[in-house]
Write a protein that binds this ligand. Structure first.
Ligand code: TRP
Length: 330
């Protein structure tokens, strides 16, 4: 195998099945990075507890569904390491060390945490662990001495803080950590079927695992230009969510579709039909791969335990370097 260029770590909180926003906003990018980087893909189950601690027993089931989607889209456990945060104990350990050296104001000013608090209506109900969210994420990344972190825009603040923590550790003790960079996905955010942000809680998702008839039904309910009421009316592709999807899933035909929509020749019903069929064709091989793993749950568990075992080796090496740098080695 050719020498790989560097180490990548990225992760997701397991909250169930993944949708098309995850696919085009993150997973497609992760899949292609596997060729050139040593990749670690993290199931951030401990991070779920920062807000979802009451529903902890759901996490293993959600992990299973999420990892099925990872495998479905082509993340490859032969080339990349899949790991479960709670199974690699060093995540918690490095989190503790970092929490000692991170000034409280760094945590308090983190915009992504502020946004989570207001989005989830948590003002006045914040737990200690939620404030530590970015510190745990820094531990996730730095434990593997990653160089690059492929994430969405909303995670950039966390990666910035990871760099600050790395710099602070290296300055206080000895240089152990690289300063990792965020690597933004080339694809812009995909809206939900109602035009808002695609999110499970809003019920506006198309899932990677959705069958063709479900995809069709969801696409047919999508909001188009409210001024285009019937076929023949001219439409405005720039305000239409169906068109936003064509731009991502059907690039070859966007010019034709935009022109047909503007002139009124192309009605919304056939336009949606085309989109549903393109998405269905795109998802078919993914669903097949997903099914083959879903029928073999022991295989999925083996991938996660083997990956976590490999990850723990590298993690133990890093923790050794950490205690060495701190002059705390016995
Ligand atoms: N915070 C990330 C999210 O909500 C998940 C995550 C946890 C993560 N640890 C990470 C992402 C480390 C990248 C690197 O999507």
């Amino acid at each position: 195998m050719a020498e790989k260029e560097g180490v990548i770590l990225s992760g997701m909180r397991p909250t169930g099945k993944l949708h098309l926003g995850h696919l085009v906003g993150a997973l497609d990018n992760w899949v292609s990075l596997q060729d050139n980087y040593k990749c670690y893909f993290l199931v951030a189950d401990l991070h779920v507890l920062t807000t979802g601690f009451e529903d902890s027993a759901e996490i293993p089931g959600f992990t299973f569904e999420m990892v099925l989607d990872w495998l479905a889209v082509g993340l490859d456990p032969e080339r990349s390491t899949f790991l479960v945060q709670s199974q690699v104990k060093q995540h918690s350990e490095l989190n503790l060390i970092f929490s000692m050296i991170t000034p409280m104001p760094w945590v308090e000013r983190n915009p992504t945490i502020k946004e989570m608090i207001s989005d989830l209506g948590l003002t006045g109900k914040i737990h200690f662990g939620l404030m530590g969210y970015p510190i745990l994420q820094a531990a996730d990344i730095l434990l593997y001495r990653a160089d690059l972190v492929p994430v969405g825009e909303d995670q950039v603040a966390h990666v910035e803080m990871t760099r600050e923590i790395a710099r602070r550790f290296n300055f206080l003790y000895n240089p152990v950590f690289p300063e990792p960079k965020a690597k933004l996905s080339p694809t812009p955010r995909l809206p939900g079927t109602d035009g808002k942000k695609m999110s499970k809680s809003l019920g506006n998702c198309i899932y990677i695992s959705d069958e063709n008839d479900t995809v069709g039904a969801k696409v047919h309910k999508m909001i188009t230009d409210p001024q285009k009421v019937r076929k023949g009316d001219p439409g405005r592709p720039e305000v239409c969510s169906v068109y936003a999807y064509h731009e991502i899933f059907n690039q070859a035909q966007t010019d034709k579709i935009a022109a047909g929509c503007r002139s009124g020749e192309l009605g919304c019903v056939p336009c949606k039909g085309m989109l549903a069929s393109i998405i269905g064709t795109r998802l078919e091989p993914l669903r097949q791969r997903r099914r083959s793993y879903a029928d073999n749950p022991e295989k999925v568990h083996e991938i996660l335990s083997e990956g976590s075992r490999i990850a723990a080796k590298k993690a133990a090496e890093t923790m050794d370097m950490v205690y060495e740098a701190m002059g705390m080695k016995f």
